[in-house]
Design a protein around this ligand. Structure first.
Ligand code: ATP
Ligand code: PRP
Ligand code: NIO
Length: 495
């Protein structure tokens, strides 16, 4: 007992779910349909940040979650003793593991609205119980990878450092968010655990506390630089604790000259004030003192918009440290990915498509098992759009592909001389992991390569063009037929 409450070991993630999933799984079990094959798709309906693309991240954590998925004895005890579930249902949950098949985009893949990022084919109860965790993982990590890519596009090729751990929404978010930020294009993170866990490059300067603790900026810089020199590590001095131009930069240059560590004088960091003005002044002082190689780092509530503004003002900033607005996706705190049932096995063992109807045409789900292709123009090597086809179709075999908008169908084009690249990889087959997770650096390179395939018009941070995500004719016909059938059924039963 802790604080008068029974203590249950936190030893599995199976209860990292919404209660309704456990109740739905119970209904399936009680009805004897929990083992029916079900197909769910995970997708979002609107790109984040009013942007033109998103970058998928979250697969590694999904894999870790699925591999360890089981109800522990303490989970079962809690469900029985606190929530009143019966022993017969709990006995079923005790042996439950994920035995299904998962296809997913690779991390670093570009993803657009309404396309299946992940497809889960599994026993109905298994597929249902993992919904919340999958959405939780993908929604956050994809959002952060996308925000990082937007910031990277503003920064250009300069070093970009993720500094957000202290402001992230708790520790998991700091760790996985830092990893997602690397996928989206950050060069390094200040989160050391992310380095240890995923091989991310780690990087750091020092804080105001070190200067305040020594109560004298010169002494503080001297002590810091002395130790860095001894360890042959580079120095980056934070120069705004008292006065950037009158004190900070003067003390930094003095210490470097006295200790003769010009070769280790990596940079100075600005963290307040007018950074366009200050950076230009600091640049002059560094150059005049003979340190043209020394970089000026900037941090302080930056994002893609402040970066663009500072660059437009000719700020002499060489490296960017970005925390809060990146790790919290400050201007768009959530990605609305959903997980929808698209097919279910019927009582005869045949797969039947399912649909969710809505008054809003963009919210009507697309029924059936589908594959997703990126149509790449062979001549200019740019992406023409994405193409969602039924499972048994193969656009790669076609000479001339008709692509049309799934809602405004008059918007259409024919594409020839294209490569149809399938975007899903096999991740789990029959419950077994069949995917080799690439290194973080390769995932980052993959994201960069994918962005290069995209026309600039879709990539600009403000008011981008809409990238086409089209349905094949068969897929569209199947959807329309199904809408008709459901309408007739509903109208028939209303009469
Ligand atoms: N020249 C500039 N143009 C546009 N934005 C700038 C410029 N210089 C700084 N900024 C941004 O303006 C904001 C200034 O925030 P704020 O006024 O809170 O900081 P400050 O007063 O300089 O420092 P402190 O952190 O000590 O409060 C920050 O987001 C910073 O990145
Ligand atoms: O501004 P962000 O984009 O979130 O980047 C991270 C911030 O965290 C630190 O500030 P903090 O005031 O927490 O500590 P420090 O300045 O004393 O180091 C750092 O100086 C940055 O300003
Ligand atoms: O290393 C830094 O400069 C740093 C790390 C975290 C937050 N702000 C700055």
């Amino acid at each position: 007992m802790i604080n008068g409450q029974t203590h249950y070991e936190d030893d599995s993630l199976a209860l990292h779910t919404d209660l309704y999933q456990i109740n739905m799984a119970e209904t399936y079990w009680a009805e004897g349909i929990s083992e029916r094959k079900a197909v769910f798709e995970l997708f979002f309906r609107k790109l984040p940040f009013e942007g033109g693309y998103a970058i998928f991240a979250g697969l590694q954590r999904m894999i870790e979650y699925i591999e360890q998925f089981h109800f522990s004895e303490s989970d079962l005890a809690y469900l029985r003793d606190e929530l009143g579930y019966g022993d017969d249902y709990l006995a079923y949950l005790r042996t439950l593991r994920f035995n299904g098949t998962i296809k997913s985009m690779r991390e670093g893949e570009l993803v657009f609205a309404n396309e299946p990022i992940v497809r889960v084919e599994a026993a109905l109860a298994e597929a249902q119980l993992i919904e919340t965790a999958l959405l939780n993982i993908v929604n956050y990590q994809t959002l952060i990878a996308t925000k990082a890519a937007r910031i990277r596009s503003a920064v250009g090729d300069a070093p970009l450092l993720e500094f957000g751990s202290r402001r992230a929404h708790e520790m998991d978010a700091a760790l996985w968010g830092a990893r997602a930020a690397i996928i989206g294009g950050c060069d390094a993170t200040s989160n050391v655990r992310c380095g240890k866990r995923f091989g991310a490059k780690v990087s750091g300067t020092h804080a105001h506390a070190m200067v305040q603790a020594m109560q004298d900026e010169y002494e503080a810089f001297r002590s810091y630089a002395g130790r860095q020199k001894k360890m042959r590590r580079p120095c980056v001095f934070l120069i705004d604790t008292y006065d950037t131009l009158k004190s900070g930069i003067v003390n930094a240059i003095r210490v470097v000259q006295e200790l003769e560590i010009g070769n280790l004088f990596e940079g100075v960091r600005l963290d307040s004030g007018d950074m366009a003005y200050l950076s230009k002044e600091v640049r002059k002082l560094l150059d005049n003192a003979g340190f043209p190689q020394t970089k000026i780092y900037a941090s302080n509530d930056l994002d893609e918009y402040t970066v663009m503004s500072l660059k437009a003002q000719g700020a002499a900033i060489d490296a960017w440290g970005i925390g809060t607005k990146l790790i919290t996706a400050y201007d768009q705190p959530a990605l609305g990915a959903v997980y929808k049932l698209v097919a279910i096995e019927d009582e005869n063992g045949n797969m039947a498509d399912t649909i969710k109807i809505s008054g809003n045409p963009e919210k009507v789900t697309t029924p059936g098992m589908k594959k997703l292709y990126r149509i790449i123009n062979q001549v200019n090597r740019r992406s023409e759009g994405d193409y969602i086809a039924l499972e048994d179709e193969n656009p790669a075999g076609e000479k001339r592909l008709k692509m049309f908008h799934p809602v405004y169908t008059y918007i259409s084009k024919f594409v020839t001389n294209f490569e149809a690249r399938e975007l899903h990889a096999d991740i789990f087959a029959g419950g077994k992991l069949v995917y080799d997770m690439p290194q973080l650096s390769s995932i980052q390179a993959y994201a960069k390569q994918n962005l290069e395939l995209l026309w600039d018009e879709y990539k600009r941070n403000q008011n981008p063009e809409q990238y086409p995500v089209d349905l094949s004719q068969n897929c569209w016909d199947n959807k329309m037929n199904m809408i008709q059938r459901i309408k007739q059924k509903v109208e028939g039963s209303a009469e």
